[in-house]
Design a binder for this molecule. Structure first.
Ligand code: ATP
Length: 147
């Protein structure tokens, strides 16, 4: 399936801004960004990353899309609590949650990121994290570009 990633992102952000009344900024280099993949699965990655950003932060969220060589790079950044180096090694594991006790209040199964990473890999891409405790987290999705 030929996917206009910029359009998919705009649609998902609209859904989230309406549902959660949170500020989510989208910055794109402009122009169409086409990838080859499954629309529902790519939407799901965005749902997982934005859902986490909303759950684990309180300020605005930034989404950036740009082309880099033969890839498209999507970044979702928040200014929340961040993730320690030690935890960064495990957050893509199934059922891993940093604060187990929070399960009751914040909800979540610890499956989200493992699913997002699996989808990224199915599309020939990858998902990584950069974070500093207290400063927030940035998740980077890299996918091969078609056009
Ligand atoms: P769900 O499966 O519903 O998404 P979850 O959020 O617990 O539940 P993951 O999305 O896999 O599961 O995330 C794993 C863990 O990584 C989370 O429990 C949380 O501790 C940490 N985490 C994920 N995203 C962020 C973020 N943006 N800021 C801080 N911590 C995060």
């Amino acid at each position: 399936e030929r996917i206009e990633l910029d359009k998919v992102i705009e649609k998902v952000i609209k859904t989230f801004t309406t549902a959660y009344e949170r500020e989510i900024y989208f910055h794109s280099e402009g122009g169409e960004v086409i990838v080859d993949g499954n629309n529902d699965q790519l939407e799901q990655i965005l749902y997982i990353l934005l859902d986490n950003a909303i759950k684990y932060s309180e300020a605005e969220i930034d989404v950036k899309l740009r082309r880099q060589n033969d890839s498209v790079v999507l970044r979702v950044s928040d200014k929340g609590q961040g993730i320690s180096r030690a935890d960064q090694k495990h957050i893509f594991d199934r059922f891993y949650r940093v604060d187990k006790a929070r399960t009751r209040t914040t909800g979540g199964t610890g499956l989200g990121l493992s699913i997002a990473q699996a989808i990224a890999e199915l599309h020939g891409g990858k998902l990584s994290v950069h974070s500093e405790i207290g400063k927030g987290a940035t998740f980077t999705l890299t996918l091969p570009i078609v056009l």
